[in-house]
Design a binder for this molecule. Structure first.
Ligand code: SF4
Length: 202
């Protein structure tokens, strides 16, 4: 089976690629993640994905067309919906943009199935991502499009961390978007604010 694996970053791809290859799939990767901010972080994660692909000899698709990385467009899409800071509403829009584009590429290039390294993460809402994948497959089914290859890659979480460290693959500190970056460092801001207030009173 020829499978297009949506890759969100290098560390998350390590075990999914390994498992799909072990299952005998013919795997290619697709890096399409306009949700990663800022650009320097995007480049580091893309380099990480390239490093993992090189280790496996994996053929990659990189989403290099104009507009494929457009922070203003991505933020506009998310904030126009009013989702913004609310991850419950924001993340499904983010996943659907990335997986939708993966299905479109897979259909165009004649892949049998699509899956995603998002299904490796213990921090993402796994069941919602799986439901979205199934819905997208249904949408493409009429045109003889790709299946959604559901896999629960999470049991390999710890091994994936170990291998990413052995291989020296860049490991990010937050999910991707500027909102998640804010969430990640919110406590640091709070602590710094408190310290400034205390110093101001002294
Ligand atoms: S938190 Fe992660 S999944 Fe949710 S919108 Fe931001 S980048 Fe996308």
């Amino acid at each position: 089976m020829r499978v297009l694996l949506h890759i969100c970053c290098g560390p998350c791809a390590i075990m999914p690629v390994r498992r799909l290859l072990d299952e005998g799939c013919e795997v290619e990767g697709f890096f399409y993640n306009p949700n990663i901010h800022p650009l320097a972080e995007y480049l580091r994660r893309r380099e990480g994905a390239a490093a993992v692909a090189e280790k496996y000899g994996l053929r990659m698709h990189w989403a290099l067309e104009d507009g494929d990385y457009d922070t203003a467009a991505w933020l506009g899409r998310i904030t126009a919906s009013g989702a913004g800071l609310n991850a419950r509403e924001r993340c499904p829009l983010c996943w659907s943009g990335r997986l939708g584009r993966t299905f479109a590429l897979a259909e165009r290039e004649g892949f049998d199935a699509v899956t995603s390294s998002l299904l490796y993460s213990r921090r993402q809402r796994h069941d919602e991502i799986a439901a979205l994948g199934r819905a997208l497959a249904q949408k493409h089914a009429g045109a003889g499009g790709p299946l959604f290859l559901y896999r629960d890659f999470r049991p390999d979480w710890q091994r994936g961390i170990e291998v990413s460290k052995e291989w020296g693959v860049y490991r990010q500190q937050y999910c991707g978007c500027i909102f998640s970056e804010n969430d990640r460092y919110a406590r640091a801001l709070q602590k710094a604010d408190t310290a400034l207030c205390t110093a101001g009173r002294a």
